[in-house]
Design a protein around this ligand. Structure first.
Ligand code: GLU
Length: 380
């Protein structure tokens, strides 16, 4: 069948991007029946990446597939795996995956680097900045980083669990201008098109409204772990970072070239004025360490751009240290902001509801006046 997008060059955000993150889903990389790597397809993806590199673009691959690829070698059954089984499968699959990328990219004279990240690497600011520095160095030296979650060591509570949001955090980390999610579906529909034939395709999303979020719920792929919900969560992180994101059907050969040529996909367009990098990082936190429940007065103060003082906090939850990101929620449980706590949960518990002037007397040291300073706070 001839591909209508095969020749026509199109103006897409990918065409003008300087730094691109491409996320490859497990369902594309690994054949569902045989459990083997789709080598022919992968060669064409690698050719697309090489072409982008030669055109002066920087490319990062976020590749799933370790678990899907490893399970066959350990004789694991089809269907859901226990955590320890999937960690073992990932250990076996990741080495094969990395090997395939290494062979294919180095054959084309592009150095390849494996980077395995855990959730803490994006949630703890120091580690985030460190990972960012490493990735920048790799890109500056012409390498293509191939990233996956470090599944073998990540336990249930501290894992991304899906590479959609991981890829978005990476795109934000490296200030990419374009994030491509290669998926088993060609984009966003008003409902799940597999179940609802009346579902309509949405080519462009300018704002991720509650309505858009509702469209994503309920669909999931069989092989990978992400569904439309995690893709929309990824889009939120990407657009806030000033990065275009597209969801595209990746199963075709040369899946990235097709997008450049205008194949059908859904584009999420970034907001005009990207928020400052530090605030992006705060608002994109995937797992806030705790929560501060605030009163109405504090809510009004936050909405008018003020800091969060201990006096306005009525309760707190979770275990956090000074410097961790926490959610700020109303009495009704609605998350209204996120920010970096200036106090640990233990210290915060002693000063909430109290006036700033009392802090030193209670804690025995003079900390910050604010529980979350406005520079460290982002309204959600
Ligand atoms: N990190 C997982 C793997 O490599 C995939 C997660 C996902 O499917 O998004 O198998």
């Amino acid at each position: 069948m001839s591909d209508p997008a095969a020749n026509a060059p199109a103006r897409t955000p990918l065409g003008s991007a300087r730094r691109v993150v491409v996320k490859v889903g497990s369902a594309l990389l690994v054949d569902a029946t045989t459990g083997r790597l789709n080598r022919t397809w992968l060669e064409t993806l690698v050719e697309d990446v090489v072409r982008l590199r030669r055109a002066g673009r920087e490319v990062i691959l976020v590749s799933s597939g370790a678990i899907a690829l490893g399970r066959r070698h350990l004789g694991l059954p089809k269907g859901a795996l226990r955590l320890d089984e999937s960690q073992a499968a990932a250990a076996v699959g990741q080495i094969r995956l990395a090997h395939a990328y290494k062979e294919m990219l180095e054959e084309r004279e592009i150095p390849v680097a494996q980077v395995l990240l855990t959730l803490e690497d994006s949630e703890q600011r120091r580690r985030y900045l460190n990972a960012r520095a490493t990735l920048s160095e790799l890109l500056a030296r012409g390498a293509v980083p191939v990233i996956n979650e470090n599944d073998t060591v990540a336990t249930a509570e501290i894992r991304y669990g899906d590479n959609d949001r991981l890829a978005a955090r990476v795109a934000q980390m490296v200030s990419a201008d374009c994030l491509v999610l290669l998926s088993d579906i060609d984009g966003l529909y008003t409902a799940d098109p597999n179940r609802n034939p009346a579902a309509e395709f949405i080519p462009v999303v300018h704002a991720i409204t509650a309505e858009i979020e509702a469209m994503g719920s309920g669909s999931a792929s069989d092989v990978g772990r992400g569904g439309m919900v995690t893709k929309i969560a990824a889009a939120k992180i990407a657009v806030a970072a000033g990065c275009h994101m597209c969801i595209s059907a990746g199963a075709h050969l040369h899946p990235v070239r097709r997008i450049e040529q205008g194949a059908r996909c859904t584009w999420f367009v970034p907001t005009d004025t990207p928020v400052a990098a530090r605030k992006q990082w705060i608002s994109g936190t995937l797992k806030p360490a705790g929560a501060l429940v605030i009163d109405d007065g504090a809510l009004r103060a936050l909405e008018s751009g003020k800091s969060l003082l201990p006096a306005g906090v009525t309760r707190l939850a979770g275990r956090f240290d000074r410097g961790d990101t926490v959610s700020v929620v109303t009495q009704a449980g609605r998350e209204v902001a996120r920010g970096i706590s200036a106090y640990s949960d233990a210290d915060a518990a002693r000063i909430i509801g109290r006036r700033t002037a009392e802090i030193e007397g209670i804690l025995g040291f003079r900390g910050r006046d604010e529980l979350i300073h406005r520079d460290d706070l982002v309204l959600q």
